[in-house]
Design a protein around this ligand. Structure first.
Ligand SMILES: C[S@@+](CC[C@H](N)C(=O)[O-])C[C@H]1O[C@@H](n2cnc3c(N)ncnc32)[C@H](O)[C@@H]1O
Length: 189
């Protein structure tokens, strides 16, 4: 019945199949912490999750969730824009997750923005190790969402095919503009 999975589920599947024990990874938009939790479960005690958000409220929710699950020690919570991730990452990463838009249950006017999202994506792709993956769930239903999608498609479709493979996963016959997913794999340095 639902053999075709929603973009959010697909993003989590890609990440679950890819991230392993000891990896360093990024949650570029921590929000309520659900992706941070998944990443913390996957990296094991030897790994590390760098979780970014610009809202204190988001990082408080993420901290609480990770504390309840006993996995906070695997996570560094960073209250800063993901566009500055280079200042925090010491080495390479095996994956980064972006879940764009606004904080569910939070203020709808604080959203990810095309310029900073692209800057963060460039930083993540630079830090990604060979074979690494970036997933981006793109929301289009709010003001500014379509512009962010266009900027991402324009940028990612021009990435060199020798270096990256870019997947765009979109359900095209639903109303209310459902989210879509972009997955980028780094083939070579
Ligand atoms: C859709 S939510 C993320 C949901 C989250 N992944 C989860 O599992 O609950 C998007 C988040 O991006 C954050 N955000 C917006 N601009 C940002 C930026 N420049 N850097 C980091 N986070 C940002 C918002 O504060 C918001 O919490």
């Amino acid at each position: 019945m639902d053999a075709i999975k929603k973009p959010l589920i697909m993003a989590r599947q890609f990440i679950s199949n890819h991230v392993s024990n000891g990896d360093h990874v990024v949650d570029a938009t921590a929000g309520n912490g659900w992706d941070t939790l998944l990443l913390a479960q996957l990296v094991g005690n030897g790994g590390k999750v760098f979780a970014f958000d610009i809202q204190k409220e988001a990082l408080t929710s993420t901290r609480e969730l990770l504390e309840v699950k006993g996995l906070l020690h695997r996570v560094q919570l960073i209250i800063d824009g993901h566009e500055h991730m280079n200042s925090y990452l010491d080495g390479s990463i095996s994956a980064a997750m972006f879940n764009l838009g606004y904080l569910p249950g939070g203020v709808h006017s604080i959203i990810t923005r095309p310029e900073t999202t692209i800057k963060a994506l460039k930083a993540a792709l630079q830090k990604l190790r060979e074979g690494g993956l970036v997933t981006i769930v793109i929301y289009r239903g709010h003001d500014g969402g379509r512009a962010e999608e266009s900027a991402l498609l324009a940028y990612a479709s021009r990435l060199k095919q020798q270096k990256f493979t870019v997947l765009h996963y979109d359900i095209i016959n639903q109303g209310n503009m459902p989210p879509c997913l972009m997955v980028i794999e780094k083939l070579t340095e």
